[in-house]
Design a protein around this ligand. Structure first.
Ligand SMILES: N[C@@H](CCC(=O)N[C@@H](CS)C(=O)NCC(=O)O)C(=O)O
Length: 217
């Protein structure tokens, strides 16, 4: 079994990998790299991941980046069925979800979370929000639609997709975001099922997240 070390930042998309590792039962360690304090751009972290983004997973002496790839690796490294095996369509469904979360859902938060990545003049942020907020709302509603009638993202079995969904649920419920999003009952129920799992709060607490500060921006 390789030595696994996850680089994670509190509340970042790395939380999905953190929870998936905890659920997997694999031995691992976590190093907290605080994005808000600029630690992801410090020399020490850039030596691990020159791209300066979180998450990264050190597998012995190899670095794997991209949440989807890390989750896929974790799922394939256990026999807990955390990602479907030997069923091409079921496996493709897992990647369909994860790719949607990475490429569309994550990015839909950008006009609100990182407007400076999109436009240089802060005076134009309201225009960006005019387009970005309805798009975020629509994208999150699509997640809710896809979850309707399902216990877990892939159906009856918990998988690495589920903690990935939790990341964006937590983002959507931030005090400064929640006024902009619709009611999402299927996703809310899904999030409650994940919050009920022991591994979830173990990881949240390790990142300094408690029920009291969960909705903090
Ligand atoms: N496509 C990458 C995105 C990674 C990413 O942007 N992570 C954020 C945290 S959620 C980050 O490192 N932000 C720091 C920055 O953009 O400076 C993935 O899915 O892992």
């Amino acid at each position: 079994m390789p030595d696994l070390k996850l680089f994670a930042s509190p509340r970042a998309c790395s939380l999905a990998c953190h929870i998936a590792l905890e659920e997997s039962g694999l031995p691992y360690s976590v190093e907290i790299v605080k994005i808000r304090e600029g630690e992801h751009q410090a020399e020490q972290y850039l030596r691990v991941n020159p791209w300066g983004k979180i998450p990264a997973l050190l597998i012995d002496d190899e670095v794997l980046t991209e949440a989807q790839a890390i989750l896929s690796f974790i799922g394939d490294s256990t026999d807990l069925n955390l990602i479907p095996q030997n069923n091409p369509l079921a496996r493709a469904r897992a990647h369909e979800w994860m790719n949607f979360l990475t490429a569309t859902v994550h990015i839909a938060f950008r006009p609100l979370f990182k407007p400076h990545y999109l436009i240089s003049d802060p005076a134009l942020y309201p225009q960006l929000h005019e387009v970005g907020i309805p798009n975020l709302k629509k994208t999150l509603l699509e997640v809710d639609r896809r979850l309707a009638g399902k216990k877990w993202a892939l159906g009856d079995n918990y998988s690495v997709v589920d903690p990935y969904l939790l990341v964006f649920w937590i983002w959507s419920q931030r005090d400064d975001i929640v006024p902009h999003v619709a009611n999402m009952p299927a996703w809310r129920d899904h999030a409650e099922r994940i919050f009920a799992r022991e591994a979830t709060w173990k990881c949240l607490r390790r990142e300094g997240i408690t029920p009291d500060n969960l909705a903090a921006p």
